[in-house]
Design a protein around this ligand. Structure first.
Ligand SMILES: Nc1ncnc2c1ncn2[C@@H]1O[C@H](COP(=O)(O)OP(=O)(O)OP(=O)(O)O)[C@@H](O)[C@H]1O
Ligand SMILES: [Mg+2]
Length: 225
């Protein structure tokens, strides 16, 4: 069976005026369907850059990235958007919820782009909010929710198109450890249901519970568990 994710000698270089920033410097990694992985490493080691490439938000400067056997480096913007919509659920700290619409509407939003009929969208959004323990918060605005609740809305939203891969960049970063553990329980459940879950984290209690821990240092994989 082929790997879900396979990177060979992936480099990412950002051009900042005259200077080049070498965010990734030759990453080789293989991830199978259904794995539960944590990515750790110091600030600036390339974790978010790697997540952006895995999630097809960006492409490598050099090297090859195959997702389900397809060469992502060869894709144009529309094809990348299509892959993201179908395969990937993002739980990133800087992917904010819309502040002036309810929790259920935030969750339903990505379904519009996937042409899900309106009635199904609402039903499915409510089911997802129930799954993450927010049955009694569906009509709340983000400003009326706690940090942990907002993060759970983000997770429900990430699941709205039933993605194969869940990518989370510091999903517990702004939460106290009890709330964070509650959010982690949702990821464990998704893993048990067969999803591929990849989480960037600074927290040991999060990292140590993954099946495999990938450690980045200076844009390279130091240890892949
Ligand atoms: N858009 C960009 N333009 C220029 N340099 C960038 C850009 N994005 C990231 N970098 C640089 O690339 C390197 C890796 O950044 P990245 O965000 O991947 O680190 P990280 O491991 O996620 O760090 P943190 O733990 O602080 O989130 C850093 O030196 C950063 O300054
Ligand atoms: Mg980061």
């Amino acid at each position: 069976m082929s790997n879900l994710i396979e990177m060979k000698k992936v480099k990412k270089t950002y051009q900042l005026g005259e200077t080049e920033v070498h965010a990734l410097q030759g990453v080789n990694v293989k991830i199978s369907k259904g794995e539960f992985i944590s990515i750790v490493g110091p600030s600036g080691s390339g974790k978010s850059t790697l997540m952006h490439i895995i999630g097809c938000l960006d492409i490598p400067s050099e090297g090859a990235y195959h997702l389900q056997g397809e060469d992502v480096g060869e894709m144009n913007g529309d094809q990348l958007a299509d892959i993201r919509k179908k395969f990937i659920g993002f739980v990133f700290q800087d992917f904010y919820l819309l502040s002036d619409v309810t929790a259920w509407y935030n969750v339903a939003l990505p379904m519009i782009y996937n042409r899900v009929p309106p009635r199904t969208r609402k039903e499915r959004a409510i089911n997802l909010l129930e799954e993450v323990g927010l049955a009694d918060r569906i009509n709340h605005l983000p400003s009326q929710l706690s940090g942990g609740e907002r993060q759970r809305v983000t997770i429900a939203r990430a699941l709205s198109n039933n993605p194969e891969i869940i990518l989370a960049d510091e999903p517990t970063g702004n939460l106290d450890s009890v709330t964070g553990e509650g959010v982690m329980q949702i990821f464990y459940k998704l893993h048990e249901e067969g999803k591929t879950v990849i989480i960037v984290t600074h927290e040991h209690y999060v990292a140590d519970q993954a099946e495999r821990k990938i450690r980045l240092k200076d844009g390279m994989i130091e240890d892949e568990g």
